[in-house]
Design a binder for this molecule. Structure first.
Ligand SMILES: [Zn+2]
Ligand SMILES: [Zn+2]
Length: 146
């Protein structure tokens, strides 16, 4: 779907979750690869009334707010490439490690915090590769809590 914050192009959904349900239809939370998330109202077909689709609303889900915020920041870091400062990276990394601690990985996969620590310590990758590795882990974390 299109992200109202990023504007350009369609963004891939990392995860989607039904967050509300009433007589008029359901609300689904679409968690996008850019780190933004949107609540979309999907009306029940047989409401009889004219199909009026509301604009997507900004996500208010507490459980993903931190991880999503970090992913948004991580995407900005990735876009900076070589202009990313060590300082900004370190501050972000610290928060990423805190956020990933305790979020379960897929069954059979090493824990997210373990993977993140390894990615951050890697001697063979530069800061921008680390950033993109950590962004992938944040994406998995969003999926895991959805
Ligand atoms: Zn976005
Ligand atoms: Zn949400």
């Amino acid at each position: 779907m299109k992200c109202k914050t990023c504007g350009v192009g369609d963004k891939v959904e990392i995860a989607a979750k039904t967050t509300g349900r009433d007589a008029a239809g359901i609300t689904r939370c679409y968690r996008l690869e850019c780190g933004h998330a949107w609540h979309v109202a999907i009306p029940t077909i047989d409401t009889g009334s004219a199909l009026e689709v509301a604009e997507p609303a900004r996500c208010t889900c507490g459980e993903i707010a931190t991880v999503n915020g970090l992913l948004v920041e991580g995407r900005l870091h990735a876009a900076l490439g070589k202009d990313l400062t060590e300082d900004a990276y370190r501050r972000w990394l610290e928060q990423v490690l805190q956020a990933l601690d305790g979020i379960p990985a897929e069954i059979g996969a090493p824990s997210l915090i373990h993977s993140a620590t390894l990615a951050a310590k890697s001697q063979t990758t530069g800061m921008s590769e680390k950033t993109s590795d950590l962004n992938k882990l944040l994406g998995r974390a969003i999926k895991a809590v959805s």
